[in-house]
Design a protein around this ligand. Structure first.
Ligand code: BGP
Length: 472
């Protein structure tokens, strides 16, 4: 659509940014916190461990004050399951409750809406040892955790996200350090999609508990959605794009919103003897759960071409990776897009097409819970960080949100990744995303001092003008 006049951003648009507990807090085993799978995983070569991260646990007051200085309306962060329940179930850690009470209160002190992700890649190690999401009882473990969260924080937290990027847990778990493979697994696809099923039911149960305990609160999923393009106008490439859209994207949103399994994906699972065990009660729970909005992480689009059965299955790269499903779809580079220094394609127009597609399928308000540019930032002698490349990236993506709003897509907010530099899932602190620079390297904690990047001042103006002024 060519728009003569753009509709304004909503007055209550959530301008903010995001983080996750394991990537930002540190204090990994402090004040009663139990280890999570992230604290016991094999650390990717050449990257920092998560014992300190950027020490948000001790420095959150300074960090929230900096977010308030930018004018944030919201801060999307996650709560560490094993900081609240060190063993994953049972005894509650009072110091964990106290930390998140303080973090939430600090946000509210500045009028910043806390948007809480319940699960962000950090399964308690104790539950990993008991079989993690392989076990059907993981549904009850998550329901217990959800109840503790709603009991303790539901009086002040009005926006909840269930599982961060469940599709990435399923598709690229090994990269993220979250894949749990039980001894003796013979059909890995079946195992992974059974775990995924338990997550779908657990998510649905958490939504129901939220609506029962906190009738005023709003809750939704937070998948990583990338619209999948056909590499050409060849009909078989279009079929391939429909296949990968279903496997990568619609499986998760069809289940969360309508409580049904996407038919293309179910057919793919049948073909590979990988359909999960699903009970009538599971489906009833999934159908009864009604998300109030959709949290969406967007980094870029994907492009696929037709694939033959002879193709080699596999993943090249990470969550924005190239994946091949023999006979179904084969990811290929998009020659029309430039890439970041870390190889991720950049597609602002694809942002608009992705949210348009989501809205036309699900007709629910969309909260952007991640979008951002990982880059090698550097600190100058006089304490500056010049990141015009990040300003450009964010400007171009915000422009597309503005167009989507004018297209009639209900956009609730924009919370880019990340509020402050933090530890990448697999590329360390060197892959920086924040508006706030943290003075540490992967193997040298340095001062951990915070510095305002140029993008900090730019975003402050964007927020002050409610998205009207995106100029440098
Ligand atoms: C998303 C995760 C975030 C964050 C982001 C950046 O998939 O939800 O936790 O990690 O990707 O990715 P990376 O850290 O791999 O650069």
């Amino acid at each position: 659509m060519l728009h003569k006049d753009l509709k304004p951003f909503p007055d209550d648009f959530f301008w903010g940014a995001s983080s996750s507990a394991y990537q930002v807090e540190g204090a990994a085993l402090e004040d009663g916190k139990g280890p999570s799978c992230q604290d016991v995983k094999e650390i990717p070569e050449g990257t920092s461990d998560l014992s300190v991260s950027v020490d948000h646990y001790h420095r959150y007051k300074e960090d929230i004050a900096l977010m308030a200085e930018m004018g944030f309306k919201s801060y999307r962060f996650s709560i560490s399951w094993s900081r609240i329940l060190p063993d994953g179930t049972g005894a509650v850690n009072p110091q964990g409750i106290a930390f998140y009470n303080n973090l939430i209160d600090e946000c509210l002190k500045y009028g910043i809406e806390p948007i809480v992700t319940m699960f962000h890649f950090d399964m308690p190690a104790a539950l990993d040892e008991r079989g993690s999401w392989s076990k059907r009882e993981s549904i009850d473990w998550f329901a217990e955790f959800a109840t503790v969260l709603f009991e303790n924080f539901g009086d002040r937290v009005k926006y909840w996200l269930t599982i961060n990027e469940q599709n990435m847990l399923t598709l690229v778990g090994p990269i993220i350090g979250t894949l749990h493979v039980p001894e003796g697994t013979t059909n890995l696809t079946k195992e992974i999609y059974q775990q995924n099923h338990h997550q779908l039911v657990a998510q649905a149960k958490a939504m129901q508990i939220c609506h029962q305990m906190l009738p005023e609160a709003k809750i939704g999923p937070a998948p990583n959605i990338a619209l999948v393009y056909a590499a050409s106008s060849k009909p078989e490439d279009v079929i391939a794009s429909q296949n990968f859209n279903a496997i990568r994207n619609w499986l998760y949103l069809d289940a969360a919103v309508y409580g049904v399994y996407n038919n293309l994906v179910w057919s793919y699972l049948e073909e590979h003897d990988a359909t999960p065990q699903v009970t009538a009660e599971d489906l009833a729970i999934m159908k009864a759960a009604k998300p109030d909005f959709l949290g969406i992480n967007y980094y870029n689009t994907a492009t696929v071409e037709a694939s033959t059965e002879e193709d080699q299955a596999g993943v090249v790269g990470d969550q924005q990776s190239r994946q091949t499903f023999p006979g179904i779809a084969r990811s290929v580079p998009n020659p029309n897009l430039v890439k970041t220094e870390f190889g991720w394609e950049i597609d602002p127009i694809g942002f608009r097409s992705t949210v348009r597609e989501i809205y036309s399928r699900y007709r629910l308000p969309i909260l952007i819970t991640e979008n951002g540019l990982g880059a090698y930032d550097s600190l100058t002698e006089d304490g500056k960080v010049h990141d015009p490349y990040r300003i450009d990236y964010l400007r171009h993506h915000i422009e597309q949100i503005h167009l989507a709003i004018t297209d009639g897509v209900e956009m609730m907010g924009y919370n880019p990744w990340s509020a402050i530099d933090l530890i990448s899932t697999h590329e360390g602190i060197k892959k920086r995303y924040g508006f706030i620079y943290v003075d540490r390297d992967d193997f040298d904690l340095k001062t951990l001092k915070r510095y305002r990047k140029d993008s900090f001042y730019w975003y402050k103006k964007v927020i002050a003008t409610n998205g009207q002024d995106l100029s440098d």
